[in-house]
Design a protein. Structure first.
Length: 74
């Protein structure tokens, strides 16, 4: 991703709404060079990081191995 000459790295934090994941999301969200997504079995907002978008990914779901169907723009 490139925004006004700045390359933005996309990082997906799996389990970003859990105890440890929340800390990672909060630490990375202010970095302008990072496009951050929170992934998990449920789409939930991260406390103090409501602006970070969530993505639903469930490894128990049929067809999980086909990552092309997830909205991650891989």
């Amino acid at each position: 991703m490139e925004e006004s000459g700045l390359f933005r790295m996309r990082i997906v934090v799996v389990g970003g709404a859990g105890n440890f994941g929340v800390r990672i999301v909060r630490a990375l969200r202010a970095d302008p060079s990072i496009e951050l997504l929170v992934a998990g079995r449920r789409i939930v907002s991260v406390p103090d990081a409501d602006d970070v978008p969530g993505v639903l990914i469930d490894i128990d779901e049929a067809g999980f191995k086909d990552l092309r169907r997830y909205p991650l723009d891989l």
